[in-house]
Design a protein around this ligand. Sequence first.
Ligand code: XMP
Length: 564
Amino acid sequence: MDSPNDNAPAPLTDGTHRVSTSGDVEVSTYLGIAQEREQAPGTRRSIGESEPLKPEGIAVIDYGSQYSRLIARRVREQNVYCELISPTAPRAAVDGLDLKGIILSGGPASVYEDAAPLAQPWIFESGVPVLGICYGMQLLAHQLGGSVVPATEREYGFAVVHKNDPSPLFDGLDDETAVWMSHGDRISSMPPGFRSIAYTENSPIAAMANDAGMYGIQFHPEVAHTPQGAEVIRNFAYRVCGVSGSWTPGNFVAETVQRIRDQVGDGRVICALSGGVDSAVTARLVHEAIGDQLTCIFVNNGLLRREEPERVRAVFERNLGLNLVYVDATERFLSGLAGVTDPEQKRKTIGAEFINVFEEEARTMGAVDFLAQGTLYPDVIESETAEHSASHKIKTHHNVGGLPERMQLDLVEPLRYLFKDEVRLVGAELGLPPEMINRQPFPGPGLAIRIIGDVTYDKLETLRAADWIVMDEIKGDGLYDQLWQSFAVLTDTRTVGVMGDLRTYQHVVALRAVTSEDAMTADWARLPYETLARISNRIVNEVPSVNRVVYDITSKPPGTIEWE
Ligand code: XMP
């Protein structure tokens, strides 16, 4: 089970974040994440003189359920903005919202344990409807005068709920509907004023409500296993909380453009383009807001896929008309990487070199005030718990320190409260080409972490050729959009083969293709044998120095998506 978050994600802000110079801030280049440790939860920064925009929203209090993030996504799918808030956060944590409702998530604790995280009084005093899910429902029972006891049997898996009292929460739902349960405690008596609105065979009180707009449901509406779950969430938002559904890509763009203008004024902004969707949407949004005050820097580190630099330049420079500084730093990166075989050392070398190149370029531009970067909401949520999970760090990923603090830049992070799928919708709204919006993720250190062992120009060319074939076949078979990632890895293993009458002794290429929701977990893709066969044949025939192709059938966990 997940452990509860102790720190609240910062509330909706304008995206202005002065990064500490104390060195306790890890900043991604490559190009993502600013982890602000110094900002107290609940603090809000003002933007210029203007009145901050307050989006209509629902707060999800995160009691540590593995599904909390899913609740937030499901609410947003209903065109309603929402934020994940820690159970310990003060009322000020939601000051940035026009608060319409509160959802108490599930969680691993039991309400009667001493250290159980509770619902803070401000939640009940806020006057907005509250929906408790699983542990959240038990909190309502426990704190409002009912009682919760351990169930004789844990209820886990599918159950059928029967509606037994009309309520707006279940409007339009079938009288009997399948739901997903996962709980060990049950409510033995409801608090005064509550009535049961649904039951299952094992839970006489599978859902409860009072007349003050408080609801508890024992099942999980946020998971796909509850087929009518989206309707429950939609009913809560629209019928119970009375939201207007204003969280749309169009509104987001309009409001964000205004925010960026307010924040930046007539300052100058730089943005590093990586070719990925996050930095592309960031740059496009900032450009929409302030036009030529933005300069984008695109560093070709020599570790990119075939034709990638040309593609990025074509889109941004020629199609979208952005100020783009293109730097071909291939030689610098490759000489820095010479002889480096350790994956973490590769990441560090690439990150440090990137900062050097970027800083040098920026210096030639004179005074610059802001750095725009594509930090996403999952990065923000994760950075809040990073301190607690440092020992679990598997790869350093984006945590390459240094850029904004060294350059004394304020951050513009317009995507700081978006999930990846929302970024794509915003990208479409902004007219970015579909192949850029729907591009599979590509790691900042690029092909360097897909070459096992040291990285050389020749190996990069070999991998680029194999990777090109993989992409070609995957796209040709219409599989690209179904896969989270699909790529080739150049292993450091050589094997014997025969080519014509000749014995060969050449590299093994591994093919990796995974499906995933968010890269936290991933499953190896069941690619059609025909696709696998064509990829293998083509690589062995068309790529010199490769004589064998293997397919990686490891999921994450225990594997990771990348090999390094
Ligand atoms: P793993 O390999 O940890 O990767 O399962 C999860 C996701 O993160 C990407 N990845 C990176 N992205 N810098 C990045 O910007 C990195 O150092 C890095 N390492 C992995 C990976 O491609 C996958 O999408």
